[in-house]
Design a protein around this ligand. Structure first.
Ligand code: TXA
Ligand code: MG
Length: 315
C-alpha cells in the first residue's frame, strides 16, 4: 500500500514498520525506540537475529549521542561522505541502543542517508533502524514493485521512485586505529584515500567483519552462471552489456553500458528480479567488465548471487 510521508511518520511513531526509499536501496524502517517494531523487522524479513541493523540518523550530533568514542577521522569521513552511502561501525553506548539492533555486539552501525524523503522523515521521527527492504537472501529492492513482490501489496511503502545508486552503502569498521572495509558498496575503497591517507583493506570472506556477510545474499531463484560463454546453452538467457556481442538466438537482458558503472549498479537488482518475474531458470552473466571502482562492487554482488543459487540447487 503506497502511503504519504505524513502517514509514514505516523505509523513509525506508533511502532509500525514501513518501507522507505533511500539513495542506495529501499529500507524497512522502525523507530530506534520501538522494540516491538524492531522485532517485527526481523520477522518480516525472515532475518537471523545474529545479523545486526544499521541506525539511520539525520545528523552526526545524533551519532555522538549514541557512541562511546569518536574515532580518528570520523569528522573528515563524515564531512566527505555524509549525507550519503557510507555506514560506519562504532563502539555503541550499550544502554542507549537495544541489543537486538546490535545482535549483542558492543558496536553499532550508523548512516546518514541523502534521499530527500528519508531525510525529511528522519527529521520528524528521530533515529530509525533500517535494513534493506527485501526478504533475507533475495536481491535488495530498488523499485516499489520489488517491495510489493516480497511483502505483498498491503505492505506500507513510501514511493520514492527508483533508488538511483542501486547498491548498498559501503561499510567501514574502526579497529586498532585503522578503518577496515566491512562491505563493498557504492563508494569504492580508493575514494577514501584522499581522506584517510590509505585505501581501507577488505576483510577476507572467510573472516567477515560484518555478520551479515555470512548469510546468503542478493539471489534470484534463477541459477546464474558466471562461467565461460563456451558452455552457454541454446535459448538460455544472457545478462550482458549494451556494447556486447552475443549469440542472436539467446534472449538478452541488458544491465547497461560498459562505460557507465553507475547505470549498471542502478539496474543490477531489478535485472536479477526480472529473471524471477519472467520465470527464467538459468542465466549466463557476461563478467567481462573492468576491475576497478564500482565495478568491483557489482562483481561481488553478482558472485554472491550466483554462489547461492548453486548451493540451493545442490541442497
Ligand atoms: O545502503 C544501505 O546500507 C541500506 C539502506 C537501506 O540504508 N541498508 C542495508 O542494511 O544494506 P542491511 O541490513 O541490508 O545491511 C547491513 C549490514 C549487514 O551486513 C550487517 O551485518 C552489518 O551491516 N552491520 C550492522 N551492524 C553491524 C555491526 N555492529 N558490526 C558489523 N556489521 C554490522
Ligand atoms: Mg541487506
Amino acid at each position: 500500500m503506497r502511503i504519504t510521508l505524513k502517514k509514514a511518520v505516523e505509523l513509525l511513531n506508533h511502532g509500525l514498520v514501513v518501507a522507505l526509499p533511500t539513495e542506495t536501496v529501499y529500507g524497512l524502517a522502525a523507530s530506534l525506540h520501538q522494540p516491538e517494531a524492531i522485532e517485527a523487522i526481523f520477522k518480516t524479513k525472515k532475518r537471523p537475529s545474529s545479523n545486526p541493523l544499521i541506525i539511520h540518523v539525520a545528523d552526526s550530533a545524533q551519532i555522538r549521542d549514541l557512541v562511546e568514542i569518536i574515532p580518528t577521522d570520523f569528522e573528515s569521513l563524515s564531512q566527505a561522505f555524509w549525507p550519503g552511502p557510507l555506514t560506519l561501525i562504532l563502539p555503541a553506548k550499550q544502554e542507549k541502543i537495544p541489543s537486538i539492533i546490535r545482535a549483542n555486539l558492543p558496536t553499532a552501525a550508523f548512516r546518514i542517508p541523502s534521499h530527500p524523503l528519508v531525510r525529511e522523515i528522519l527529521s520528524l521521527t528521530g533515529p530509525l533502524v533500517m535494513p534493506s527492504a527485501n526478504l533475507s537472501g533475495r536481491p535488495s529492492a530498488t523499485h516499489v514493485e520489488h517491495i510489493e513482490a516480497d511483502f505483498g501489496l498491503d505492505f506500507p511503502v513510501l514511493d520514492g521512485g527508483v533508488c538511483t545508486y542501486g547498491v548498498e552503502s559501503t561499510i567501514l569498521i574502526h579497529e586498532s586505529e585503522k578503518w577496515l572495509l566491512g562491505r563493498l558498496g557504492f563508494i569504492s575503497p580508493e575514494e577514501f584515500k584522499p581522506i584517510l591517507g590509505y585505501v581501507p583493506k577488505l576483510f577476507s570472506s572467510t573472516q567477515p567483519k560484518c555478520p551479515g556477510q555470512h548469510f546468503k545474499h542478493y539471489s534470484p531463484h534463477a541459477r546464474l552462471h558466471l562461467s565461460s560463454f563456451a558452455l552457454l546453452k541454446d535459448q538460455c538467457c544472457i545478462i550482458g552489456f549494451r556494447e556486447g556481442h552475443y549469440p542472436k538466438t539467446n534472449p538478452l537482458i541488458i544491465l547497461g553500458s560498459l562505460d557507465q558503472p553507475k547505470e549498471v549498479a542502478e539496474n543490477l537488482y531489478a535485472v536479477l528480479r526480472q529473471l524471477d518475474l519472467e520465470g527464467i531458470q538459468e542465466a549466463w552473466v557476461d563478467m567481462d567488465f573492468p576491475s576497478n571502482g564500482l565495478w568491483n562492487t557489482i562483481r561481488e554482488r553478482l558472485t554472491r548471487a550466483a554462489e547461492i543459487t548453486q548451493n540451493n540447487i545442490s541442497q
